[in-house]
Structures are given as C-alpha cells and as structure tokens.
Design a protein around this ligand. Structure first.
Ligand SMILES: Nc1ncnc2c1ncn2[C@@H]1O[C@H](COP(=O)(O)OP(=O)(O)OP(=O)(O)O)[C@@H](O)[C@H]1O
Ligand SMILES: [Mg+2]
Length: 485
C-alpha cells in the first residue's frame, strides 16, 4: 500500500466526492421525473374525482338512498365511459346523450352516428343539452352553482396536499371546445393542465385545472430525499476532511519524531565524542605529568557529562509528564521574584548574544499557586526560545498583567515570528519549524513548548501565541491568580 500515500489521498477523496455528487444529482433527477409523473397523476385524480362527485350530486336529489344509483354514478367505469364519450370528437361524428331518472329506474343513453364516406358532410359533433323543461337561464344558473361546487371541491382536495400551489381553472364550451373563461399557461414545461371534465349532465362547459408551476410541489414531496442526500454529502465530506487531517497530523508527527531521534542522537554523540577525545589525549600525551592541562581536560569532560545528564533528564521528565506521573508540589509563588531569578540564571546566554532581556516592572506583587520548579522551567523555556530564535542584539520583553482573576505573563521578542498555520502545532510534541530562515541551524528537540503547555494546563491555565512572520512573537501563559479573600 505504499503507493497509497497521503499524496494521493486528497485527490482521491476529491474525485470520490465529485463522483458521489454526480451520482446523487443523477439519482435526484430521476426521482424528480418520477415524482413529476406521480404529482401529475395525483392532481388529475383530484379533478376527475371531483367531477364524478359533482355530477353525482347534481342528479342524486331524491335518490341518495339508492345503492344501485350510487354504485353506478360513483363508479370509475362510469367516469371513464363518460369521459371517453366527451373526448370522442371525430370529424362528422354526431353524438347524443340522454338520461332519464324516475323513482323506479334510471336510463342513460349515449348515441353516436357518423357517415362512413368522408366526402359527405354530416352535422358537427353535437350533444343535446338536457334542460328537463327548464329555461336556458335556469340551466345556466344551475351550471354556475355546479361549477362553484366543483371548484371548491378541487381546491379543498388541493389544500389537503399540505403545500399551497397557485391554481386557477379554465372553462371550455362543451360543443365547440372553445375557451370561455380563465386562461391556460403558455410556458407549459413546469405547468400542469388537467383533462377537461364535465361537472353535470347539462353539457354546457368543461372544467380544466390550471397550475402554472408544479416544481415547488414536487420539491416539497421530495424533501426527505433531498435532505438525506444533502446530509450524506456533508457527512462524507466531513469524514474525508477529518481522515485527511488525521493522516496529515500523523505524518507530521512521524516526521517530527524522526527528526527528534536524529537530533537527539547528534546531541548525545557530541559530548560522548568530546569525552572520548579528552580521555584519549590524557593517556596518549601522559597528561598525568602536567596537572594544569589534566585539570582542563577533566573540566571539559565534566561539563560535557553535565550536559549529557541534563539532556537525558529533560527527555525523562517529558516522558513522565506524558504518562501523567508528574506530581506537582503546590506553593505560593511571587511571580515577579521567580522571573527575576530565572532571568538572572540566563544572564550569560543573554550577554553572549548581546541581547536585551527586560522585565517590565509592576507596582504590586502577583501571586499564583503552583509548582515553583515547573513554573520556573516554563519561563526558562520561553526565554530560551526567544534567545535561540531571535537574531543577536534583539530585545526580549517579559511582562505581567492581570485581568478577570487571571495572570498573564508574556514573553515578547522581535525575532523571526511564526506563521499562523503553526500557532497550534508548535505546542505539539517534537514539532519544530524547519523551513523558516535562520532556524535551520538552531538546535533543539521540539519538546520545550509541549512541556510549557502541559505544565500550564496542569495549573488550570492556558497558553496563547501572537505572532506574524517577520514581526516577532509574543508567547503568553495565562494562569489563575491567587487572591486572598
Ligand atoms: N520565540 C520564537 N521565535 C520563533 N520561533 C519559535 C520561537 N519559539 C519557538 N519557536 C519555534 O517553535 C518550535 C518548537 O519550539 P520548542 O521550544 O518546542 O522546541 P525547540 O526549541 O526546537 O527544542 P527544545 O526547546 O526542546 O530544546 C521551534 O523549533 C521553533 O521553530
Ligand atoms: Mg525550545
């Protein structure tokens, strides 16, 4: 699996995301088409059902209790038959419809006649309006009432869909099919036009439902699919992002660990070689006879041994802190005097680099509860970094301030600064910045800031860093202030 290194993981994740996005789009498109059909079917059945019911109501007076009557006039077959009769408008077809309902029986007659020879003219498609002896005005009034019932029934059923859609209706003359009321829609792609339905047996007009757009209704019906597919995409993207970040972190950690090992090996090798050379020189040049030179060599060896011991201790201390074995010895600390002591112990390094290390004075002492040895080490590490990474003759300023029952100690230098992307990582174990100018040559194990963060966290505090490349760094440790009640 070596070829599957992180170099390929990012493009692979992006390609996978794009493919799944495309698949989701294709799936949603298919679903949209299917849903459009089912919405159209549902709307059509609302209108046809309303037509069936309104026709039944218009003739049912006095026959409500007749089961046969209901069976016939409410059956879907009757609806289909009547709709077919209404739709059948072949050239030269003469059709006649008649119904008679008495107390005992109901008669429905549908009669169609046409001449076989197309050259001969018959009268046009026509139906006989059934007036039941009523005047034309009475028939029109009845027709208006039936139309209102039809429209309100359709609207009621549409409201039950749970989503408001704009709608209107169009009326067509039964005989010649011309539009007599309302309007149809010109942009018909997302529009819905139902079939034309009669709403009584008077054959005056036919009703058509007009919905200018059904797109939002379809989207409403698809809401759960859309939400789940969106969630799936987001979750996949988040999972990929976390995985890539984890891999990157692990890679960085592995790199840092490797450089720590080589760094440490080098650091340990130097004192060992120096001591070996010193011992060899003592025996080779019989320095026992030259006490002055002998003492010099012994001092060099002792100094190197101390350095070796300090390095081993540092790694061991870090190890103990990592596994949580370190026990803190809490006492009251006057932070100003602790800082002065630490700064005094670093005087030689400061002078060597010709730097200025300044403690900004404060009027009153600030106290914290903490482990004096570890807090001193924290300050030492931060000043040591400022000294190590800033060029000669720089100025390092240490200052204290209090706010909201917290004490902030800041270590400000005007060194190279740290890129914002490394602000979190510098506190990670073994992490060192390699690609920054003039830091390449500075030795270190990458443990200092990790130790700082751990100690400060164990004291209930936190660390902060303000830094920009070329503008110096300001490392801050924020600790709970000790206050007498
Ligand atoms: N004041 C600073 N200015 C610029 N870069 C800094 C500063 N302090 C720390 N850094 C960067 O942060 C990295 C981590 O610092 P840290 O103190 O943890 O390790 P180190 O100094 O390399 O080694 P150690 O402190 O263990 O001897 C350093 O390698 C350096 O790149
Ligand atoms: Mg350091």
């Amino acid at each position: 699996m070596k070829w599957l290194t992180s170099r390929y993981v990012f493009p692979l994740a992006v390609v996978t995301l794009i493919i799944s996005l495309c698949l989701q789009c294709a799936w949603i498109r298919q679903l949209y088409v299917a849903q459009k059909k089912s919405v159209a079917t549902a709307l059509e059945s609302i209108v046809s059902d309303a037509s069936r019911r309104v026709i039944y109501q218009s003739i049912a007076k006095g026959h409500e209790k007749s089961i046969r009557f209901q069976q016939f006039f409410l059956s879907p077959e009757w609806l289909a038959l009547r709709q077919a009769f209404d739709e059948l408008k072949v050239d030269n077809l003469r059709s006649q419809f008649h119904y008679g309902i008495t107390n005992d029986s109901s008669v429905v007659e549908m009669k169609m006649s046409f001449l076989n020879d197309p050259k001969k003219k018959n009268s046009h498609h026509s139906s006989i309006a059934i007036t039941d002896g009523k005047s034309q005005q009475e028939v029109s009034q009845q027709d208006q009432r039936d139309l209102k019932v039809m429209d309100s029934l359709v609207n009621h059923r549409l409201d039950l869909l749970g989503f408001h859609i704009d709608r209107s209706y169009a009326l067509y003359d039964y005989s010649d099919g011309k539009l007599v009321k309302g309007k149809t829609v010109s942009n018909a792609k997302s529009a819905f036009l139902s079939g034309k339905y009669t709403y009584n047996l008077k054959f005056q007009n036919r009703y058509q439902l007009v919905v200018p757009t059904i797109t939002w209704l379809i989207i409403y019906q698809m809401k759960y699919y859309l939400i789940s597919s969106f969630m799936m995409l987001v979750l996949t993207a988040v999972a990929f992002y976390l995985l890539i970040r984890l891999m990157k972190n692990q890679q960085l950690y592995a790199q840092a660990k490797m450089s720590f090992t080589s760094n440490m090996t080098h650091e340990l090798q130097t004192p060992i070689s120096t001591i070996a050379v010193a011992l060899e020189s003592i025996s080779k040049y019989h320095l026992i006879d030259e006490p002055g030179k002998l003492e010099n060599y012994i001092n060099i060896s002792r100094h190197e041994l101390q350095r070796l011991q300090a390095m081993i201790e540092k790694v061991l201390k870090q190890e103990q802190m990592d596994i949580g074995k370190t026990k803190l010895q809490f006492s009251l600390i006057d932070i100003q005097s602790l800082l002065k002591q630490v700064m005094l112990s670093m005087d030689i390094q400061v002078r060597e680099k010709n730097m200025q290390l300044i403690l900004v004075p404060v009027n009153e002492p600030y106290f914290i509860k903490g482990d004096a040895m570890h807090i001193a080490n924290v300050c030492y590490n931060l000043i040591d970094n400022a000294l190590k990474y800033s060029p000669a003759q720089s100025r390092i300023e240490v200052s204290c301030s209090i706010a909201d029952h917290e004490l902030t100690i800041s270590f400000k230098d005007n060194g190279p600064g740290i890129k914002e992307i490394y602000h979190q990582q510098v506190f990670e174990r073994f992490f060192r910045i390699f690609n920054q100018d003039n830091i390449h040559n500075v030795k270190g194990s990458g443990l200092g800031l990790h130790y700082v963060k751990q100690v400060v966290t164990l004291h209930g505090g936190r660390v902060a860093l303000q830094s920009k490349i070329g503008k110096g760094s300001n490392f801050m440790i924020i600790l709970p202030l000790y206050e007498e009640n």
